[in-house]
Design a protein around this ligand. Structure first.
Ligand SMILES: [Zn+2]
Length: 259
């Protein structure tokens, strides 16, 4: 498996992913610009097997129709995306495993919160979980908003039950580049977080199309405020010293909306 992260230079800072499966086969996740994807596929002599969408928002499905027209490929997405996701041919369900190539398995995660038609995808190579495509559920150093058909309570449960449990080495490939802003948010609530400061020094002003920066789940535990609900400093800054984790998460999500 080779993962190509394409930064799209739009205002929303979307990432599209081309995932090489071997034998010149590829799948595309969340295509923003079909022309750009087609150029990439041609340049690398790749044949497109399927488009996968993490969720139904237009900025994640914008390239679907033109790619289907050009490649007659399938489109895989959440069952709740039917009627909303252009060209959808296959509904994926929670826990489903798909053998993409020898020794490469994709496990479907049903991850409500940003919307209720949101999937994430865990890639396991030779039995080792290696990468997770997280759409607008988990970002590098942050989590998605819940403004357009979502629920912060559901997002809390998703992050707690499905992302805290992943192993530290798993690399996080999100739907947008919000890393710098998210680090600033973590530091706004937890100024003493030295690792977050180091990350910010590293990525401030970075162009993700020129210099790819990835985080792992282990990094997220250190630099993502939404993974750090037991930080005393964060709780004090939210005036929530005695609150439980869910209340803290919801307060963080609200603070991030207003920030
Ligand atoms: Zn979205």
């Amino acid at each position: 498996m080779k993962i190509h992260q394409i930064y799209t230079y739009n205002d929303l800072r979307n990432f599209t992913y081309v995932i090489e499966l071997g034998d010149q086969d590829a799948i595309v996740l969340d295509p923003w610009d079909a022309d750009e994807v087609n150029g990439f596929l041609a340049e690398h002599k790749l044949s497109l097997k399927a488009v996968i969408n993490t969720h139904e928002h237009w900025d994640h499905t914008r390239g679907n129709e033109a790619l289907v027209a050009a490649h007659q490929c399938e489109v895989w997405a959440h069952q709740n995306g039917e009627g909303k996701i252009p060209g959808m041919t296959r509904a994926l369900t929670a826990g489903e495993t798909i053998d993409l190539a020898p020794n490469l398995v994709m496990t479907v995660m049903d991850t409500p919160g940003h919307t209720f038609a949101h999937l994430c995808f865990l890639m396991t190579m030779a039995g080792e979980p290696r990468a997770v495509f997280t759409g607008d559920t988990l970002f590098n150093a942050g989590v998605g908003n819940c403004h357009n058909g979502g629920s912060p309570e559901a997002l809390y449960q998703t992050i707690r039950a499905q992302f805290h449990t992943l192993s530290d080495a798993v690399v996080v490939y999100p739907g947008h580049d919000y890393l710098e802003n998210n680090l600033r948010f973590t530091l706004h609530l937890e100024p003493s977080n030295a690792l977050a400061s180091q990350w910010l020094d590293r990525v401030a002003g970075n162009d993700p199309g020129q210099n790819q920066v990835v985080t792992s789940i282990g990094d997220e535990r250190s630099i993502n405020a939404f993974f750090r609900l037991d930080s005393e400093e964060i709780r004090q800054n939210l005036a929530l010293d005695q609150a439980n984790d869910e209340t803290t998460f919801l307060a963080l999500r609200k603070r991030r909306n207003d920030w």
